[in-house]
Design a protein around this ligand. Structure first.
Ligand SMILES: NC(=O)c1ccc[n+]([C@@H]2O[C@H](COP(=O)([O-])OP(=O)(O)OC[C@H]3O[C@@H](n4cnc5c(N)ncnc54)[C@H](O)[C@@H]3O)[C@@H](O)[C@H]2O)c1
Length: 260
């Protein structure tokens, strides 16, 4: 079961799960795109699902259960509104919390309820931004920090044979990232990293968590350590931000010139 899987990272995960022989349920708030993706990649079914609706998760779990024992559930759906908290519209803040955080919590509850005695894996798609202060992404990053927190708690609460993981990728080349303001602080900080990740390597990392005891994995690993270090002295972030934003602006300019 993969939410938000009509495109981007979710589609990449669903493709890999089909390749591993799973009967995959692809869901997305865009039902037509979910059905199209399901048929293109050979998934069992594509369904319309808004992850903000708790009952929708239970319905999807029942559908998945009809295909066989449910053993893997990816809470991937997300929205990526960037901007300083003061500049976002109320509706954007609400949507970020409802889709990214509530959508993940409802999904975990439905999955835990639907796993059989053999257990299973829940993989939540967090973000590197959830591991430390990220000016320009404050509301988005808060939802992702909450996902990391909930993942760690639920992993410890879960019954034996149930594993709960969070993957925290740096920027990934998808429509979500492309939709952000290139002049904005958030995009500049994302581009200050080593490079933008591909959907393939991100989806590989998500699927690789299945069956492991790893609870939180950042991608790339070294960026996770760096961001976590910044939480030790958040007051320094204000100064570091200027430096990283300048690096990001340079990387964006290089990419624009190179067309890549
Ligand atoms: N792209 C990045 O740089 C990046 C980095 C780290 C984490 N992530 C996370 O990865 C996940 C996937 O993002 P992506 O980059 O593939 O983005 P994307 O925009 O390509 O895909 C997101 C999908 O989620 C769907 N969606 C949006 N709202 C929904 C809702 N209410 N219910 C169900 N589906 C909904 C969209 O229709 C879309 O198909 C998100 O949780 C995102 O926060 C992305």
């Amino acid at each position: 079961m993969v939410t938000g899987a009509a495109r981007g990272i979710g589609r990449g995960i669903a493709e890999r799960m089909v390749g591993r022989g799973y009967a995959v349920v692809v869901t997305d708030v865009d039902g037509e795109a979910a059905r199209r993706t399901a048929s293109e990649i050979g998934a069992a079914v594509g369904l319309e699902q808004d992850v903000r609706d708790a009952a929708g998760h239970r319905f999807v779990a029942t559908t998945a259960h009809d295909l066989g024992p449910l053993t893997a559930w990816f809470n991937n759906a997300g929205v990526g509104d960037d901007g300083r908290l003061a500049d976002l519209a109320d509706e954007q803040v609400r949507r970020l919390v409802e889709v990214n955080l509530l959508g993940c919590l409802w999904g975990m509850r439905a999955a835990l309820d639907a796993f059989g005695p053999g257990g299973g894996d829940v993989v939540n798609i967090g973000s590197l931004s959830g591991l430390g202060p990220v000016p320009g992404y404050s509301a988005y990053a808060a939802t992702k920090a909450a996902i990391v927190s909930a993942t760690m708690s639920v992993a410890a609460e879960a019954p034996r044979r149930v594993r709960v993981h969070a993957l925290c990728p740096d920027g990934v080349r998808t429509a979500l990232l492309e939709g952000q303001d290139p002049e904005g602080l958030g995009a500049q900080l994302v581009h200050s990293g080593s490079r933008i990740l591909t959907v393939d390597e991100t989806a590989d990392a998500a699927v690789a968590l299945l069956g492991t005891r790893r609870v939180v994995r950042s991608l790339p690993g070294w960026r996770g350590g760096l961001v976590r270090t910044s939480t030790l002295a958040p007051s320094v972030t204000r100064h570091g931000t200027r430096l990283f934003a300048a690096l990001g602006r340079r990387a964006i300019a290089r990419r624009t010139r190179g067309g890549g």
